[in-house]
Design a protein around this ligand. Structure first.
Ligand SMILES: CCCCCCCCCCCC(=O)SCCNC(=O)CCNC(=O)[C@H](O)C(C)(C)COP(=O)(O)OP(=O)(O)OC[C@H]1O[C@@H](n2cnc3c(N)ncnc32)[C@H](O)[C@@H]1OP(=O)(O)O
Length: 209
């Protein structure tokens, strides 16, 4: 089904409503991993969710929302798995561009559990991948991750504020390197990352056309 909107429909209002839905689904996911409801209640809730899923699928897109510029000119990617306000998988990460690079205040959720009481290492890596990629992109040298090396120094807690930072370290041709960390608010490093980002040859060719 196509997603053409009726004339006069306010797409920004619809997207805002979708972001609220995505946040509710995040809370639903936490409720699922934390519930101790009995089998009958779980089965009943599942039936309601099946019905809700069918209602949303009545107007299903072929793919998630694409990167775009919002009406106020800011870049956004509402369907992104890390930053997308309309993607329940995303925290969503809100990244600030600082003089040092990229920074985000974040709080993981019970849904992100890996080892008991701490965040799954792959989730931390995903966040750092994106933060490093953001620092690289805002340096004007956007690229795809070629390699990502992670050092896990201490378990990352969920349900508590932590801070993510990233900055580029050097560049050579189409390659840009960046470092980043997830730390406690007092600066204690929990996870460190270094990555190589490569501007795809296809992007360079497209830009010169
Ligand atoms: C505000 C905005 C916010 C926007 C913020 C957005 C942030 C997004 C952050 C998320 C980023 C991701 O997760 S991206 C998703 C994960 N990554 C991917 O899917 C990438 C998949 N791989 C590819 O698409 C491709 O292999 C590329 C683009 C990496 C390279 O392809 P290519 O362009 O054809 O490059 P190629 O000519 O082969 O190689 C160029 C040079 O790089 C080297 N090289 C190539 N690949 C690699 C590699 N993986 N690791 C090391 N080195 C490599 C080659 O040896 C060569 O070195 P030399 O001989 O010149 O020395």
């Amino acid at each position: 089904m196509t997603m053409d909107l009726a004339p006069g429909h306010d797409e920004e209002t619809r997207l805002a409503a979708l972001a609220v839905l995505a946040q509710q689904v995040r809370e639903l996911m936490d409720a699922v991993v934390l519930t101790e409801a009995d089998e009958d209640e779980v089965t009943s809730v599942t039936a309601e969710l099946v019905a809700l899923t069918e209602r949303l699928n009545d107007a299903r897109r072929e793919r998630p929302l694409m990167p775009e510029f919002a009406p106020d000119g800011t870049f956004r990617h509402l369907g992104n798995a890390v930053t997308g306000a309309c993607n329940p998988h995303a925290l969503p990460l809100v990244i600030e561009h600082t003089p040092e690079g990229s920074q985000a205040d974040l709080e993981f959720r019970p849904t992100h559990e890996g080892p008991p009481n701490s965040v799954h290492g792959g989730v931390s890596a995903m966040i750092l991948d994106h933060l490093l990629g953001h620092a690289v992109a805002t340096s004007g040298r956007a690229g795809m991750t070629g390699t990502l090396t992670i050092r896990y120094r201490q378990p990352v807690p969920y349900g508590r504020p932590v801070v993510g930072t990233a900055a580029t370290t050097r560049a050579e041709g189409r390659k840009t390197w960046a470092d980043g960390t997830i730390s406690l608010p007092d600066g204690t490093p929990l996870v460190e990352a270094t990555g190589l980002f490569i501007t795809p040859s296809l992007w360079v060719e497209a830009a010169s056309d």
